[in-house]
Design a protein around this ligand. Sequence first.
Ligand SMILES: NC(=O)NCCC[C@H](N)C(=O)O
Length: 476
Amino acid sequence: MKIKVSSEIGLLKKVLVHSPDSGIGKVIPSKAQDWLFEDIVHLDTIRRKEYDYYTKLLLYFLDPLLIKGKLKTVDAPKNNYDFFKPGKKGFHNSQNVIEIQVLLSDILKDSAIKQKLVASVCAIENCSYKTQEVLLKQDAEELAKIFISGTGNNLDMLFPPVPNFIFTRDIGIVINDHILLNKPAKKARLREALLMKYIFFTHPLFKGYKDKIIELADSPYHFLLPVDADEYNVTLEGGDVMVVSSNHVIIGISERTSMAAAHQVATQLFKKNIVTKVSLVQIPRKREYMHIDTIFTQIKKDIWVMLGSFSKKRTKAALGDAILKAIEEQQPGTATSIIQFRKNDITKPVYFDSLEDLLVDISKKDLKVKGKVKIIHSGNDEFPFDLREQWTDSCNLLALKDGVVVGYDRNDKTLEAFRKEGFSIIDVKELLPQLENGTQTTNTLKNVFITIPSAELSRARGGFHCMSMPLLRDDN
Ligand SMILES: NC(=O)NCCC[C@H](N)C(=O)O
């Protein structure tokens, strides 16, 4: 299989996803926040009334033969929605909308890999020897389910679920033809990283890419660091990495990605000649801005969506508040700063005053946009809707192709801002029947924001950009 991603907006052709599993339905209130959810969610609603629409939409774009003409059948209650359930006979099993659970059960058929993974999972989850033996007795499909949801048929809960596995973006990222593995900042996401590491290194799909997997190492003295020495620990999550063109990668330094990790990635990307430009975007270390893709994403070559407080006209200095800017700069983790390194002139980095300046620069210099670059703001840039809607992922959109994006239906003011820029807003429930009966095709859609119901999904605190790990996209 070919993998290559050198754009945020080129036609999406292959993507790695994970649909909400039963583990999500086992998050309990007292643990929701430790497991990085804002609340408990209703499993049937998040699947049938929300995520399944996303699956169908992805299939229409990436693997239409599997869905076109079958919409009624896949949605018929008598078929138990098996089309959406990995492991079931009727599962879609697309080679383009690839389900991680299927890859995991594939690799677990090899007994050496099974033994290593059981031992590794038991080590990080502190399982007893007996639990380890129970796990070794499971077949590959059942074991994959247990590793993800924490429990299986006729078993108690063996360890916690990994409910954030739906946010596949954060577990690894394709940069051109290389794969960068993450190193999660949060304990709740450790098992995801372990499972993904084994999949990338051992699944036949990634056979040709073993030498192109980048792993991050801890510093030699990491065990001496105090627990709260966040910026020295090496942690990185994929939501902080954006491949905006074949020569340019943005890396966020955030609540989840440390300065030390960003430094390591930039150094490796240059050393291995993967890109020639790396922009480091340091944002305040806050839960609501956990990764850079929660505050901006790309919509088209010349359009971006972002949270207004990171825009040019609102930066502290532009508002004349030099005192506040200076104070913030003294406090690690509160200021925003943007530095761009170029491989051929590494000692002369370029500094940007605002995120908006960087995004405009990318459109013009990397993507050769000649006209005006437009920035659409979360909540139409109106307080308090800007902040409310950013919290529910107004800035975390997935581009299926240049100018066709998918996002939540709940961010009314942001949708208004898209309308003002000439976008049509189409709800997925209206669009799917049109794609099915041929009155609409994925090729002819232009400047469209596709909305998907989100009442439950948004409690998991991530949008569709987070719920996708692109493996293959057309170039810009
Ligand atoms: N790239 C992203 O912003 N991913 C969203 C991850 C949400 C998840 N509940 C987390 O807190 O890690």
